[in-house]
Ligand binder design. Structure first.
Ligand code: CMC
Length: 428
């Protein structure tokens, strides 16, 4: 492959270096384009052809269905690692030794206390508030209680902000849920592991002793690992762009939560379950909904199908499908929604429209099914995604800061009115 790309505009030739990643991904480096051409830019809505950065964190190959964190396959990590060591790996680049992991965990636990006054902010929300909005707001509110997290330049300051957020985030997640349930707000239990503590925060009933279910812990751990990073998706790009203004870790993560909320991104897991419920309520006719999904006049899309990058299969969906079967069998769940999901899956996998467009079930098609089996309300599904994605967001934010990336500020091609005289209101 050539090392230079040439561009010709109006007889003028320009050359740009071609850069290669460690997995031989190729990109034309157009950093000099605007300067060299005196103002010409590229346009790429949705950034389908645009690399916003180089990154050492996550590699994915959409054609081959490969996903690796820091070089380790998602299959290995889901089977052999736990969520906290995966988080450490993502953020700091290497698997931690036992001692380093113990210190990371202890540092996180030492920061798990959320100021009592944050409860007053939560009190202001109606019970009907979507927990993603609550989580984004509370994460942002944490800045006021932890001003040290704002101006972080050194690696040490970054580390402190990171363990602080990792400690407090599960508590906020549980508060978003418990507010909806009308349950008292709890604090974490420092005697438990990170994921065990999350489970207790989520599932402890006010009137009964909490009994840990290891099937639930294992499924939760796996789900969190599978969601932990996915390179430059919508929310991660948001975190990097917000962070590039040096807005601070908590503000950047709060913005990432908002980006994740949408049904075309993290909100798809909630949308999948709502779609399955709607199909069930409508008599369970999956063919009718397949028809709607294919009808270009109908805005309906089969939620949980398709992916911007994976065009053959989503490796996370493969792992999660097995996990879903295990969890449902272990918990003895018999759910008619599942039959609808399986029916849709089979029809889509054999349907020309879906096959031609390479639309396969994505991770969110199955994650909602597990969350439902675990007793997590549908509106909380995307919050669970955020819980898993937190270390990925943090890793990407840290990398962006350490690489001293410039502020994210795209250009545009203006297509509005040319200059025109102002007309007074009574003359319009
Ligand atoms: N149902 C029906 N048709 C679809 C679907 C779907 N779920 N997804 C894509 N298409 C069609 C689309 O209409 C288009 O058809 P045509 O070529 O005839 O115009 C073609 O497939 C390509 O779609 P696209 O919207 O250009 O693809 P994209 O890469 O921009 O969008 C996507 C990817 C994930 C936003 C989209 O597939 C989608 O909306 N899926 C449903 C929502 C969903 O499950 N999102 C979760 C993604 S995984 C979690 C995450 O990483 O956030």
């Amino acid at each position: 492959m050539s090392e230079i790309a040439s561009l010709e505009i109006d007889g003028e030739k320009y050359e740009f270096p071609i850069i290669k990643g460690t997995e031989n991904e190729v990109a034309i480096d157009i950093k000099a384009l605007r300067g060299a051409t005196k103002g010409i830019i590229t346009i790429d809505p949705g950034f389908k052809n645009t690399g916003s950065c180089t990154s050492e964190i996550t590699y994915l190959d959409g054609e081959k269905g490969i996903l690796r964190y820091r070089g380790y396959s998602i299959e290995d990590l889901a089977e052999k690692a736990d969520f906290l060591e995966t988080a450490y790996l993502l953020i700091f680049g290497e698997l931690p030794s036992k001692e380093v992991l113990a210190k990371f965990e202890a540092d996180i636990k030492s920061k798990s206390h959320v100021d009592e006054d944050v409860k007053k902010i939560l009190d202001g929300f109606p019970k009907s508030a979507h927990p993603m909005g609550v989580l984004a707001s509370l994460t942002s509110a944490l800045i006021a209680f932890n001003p040290d997290s704002e101006d972080v330049d050194s690696e040490e300051e970054m580390y402190n902000a990171i363990v602080n957020l990792m400690g407090k985030f599960p508590v906020l997640v549980s508060w978003a849920l418990r507010k909806k349930q009308g349950y008292p707000l709890d604090y974490g239990d420092d005697s438990l592991g990170y994921v065990e503590n999350i489970a207790k925060l989520l599932f402890k009933k006010p009137s009964a002793d909490y009994v840990q279910n290891n099937v639930v812990i294992e499924a939760l751990d796996k789900l969190l690992i599978l969601h932990a990073d996915h390179e430059q998706n919508c929310s991660t790009s948001t975190v990097r762009v917000v962070g590039s203004s040096h807005a601070g870790l908590f503000a950047s993560i709060s913005a990432g939560i908002s980006a994740l909320w949408g049904p075309l991104h993290g909100g798809a897991n909630q949308a999948v379950l709502e779609m399955l419920e709607a199909i069930k309520a409508d008599g369970g006719d999956t063919k009718k909904y397949m028809g709607k999904a294919k009808d270009k006049e109908d805005p309906f899309r089969l939620m949980g199908f398709g992916h911007r990058v994976y065009k053959n299969f989503d490796p996370r969906a493969k792992i999660i499908k097995v996990a879903a079967d295990e969890v449902l069998a272990d918990l003895g769940v018999n759910d008619p929604i599942l039959d609808i999901a399986k029916g849709l899956e089979q029809e889509a996998l054999n349907d020309e429209y879906f096959v031609k467009r390479k639309l396969y079930p994505n991770v969110d098609f199955y994650s909602g099914i597990i969350y439902r089996a675990l007793g997590i309300p549908t509106e909380m599904f995307t919050v669970m995604f955020a819980l898993g994605r937190l270390p990925g967001w943090i890793a990407q934010w840290r990398e962006m800061r350490l690489n001293k990336e410039p502020i994210g500020r795209p250009r545009q091609v203006y297509t509005g009115e040319n200059s025109r005289p102002f007309v007074e209101v009574n003359k319009r």
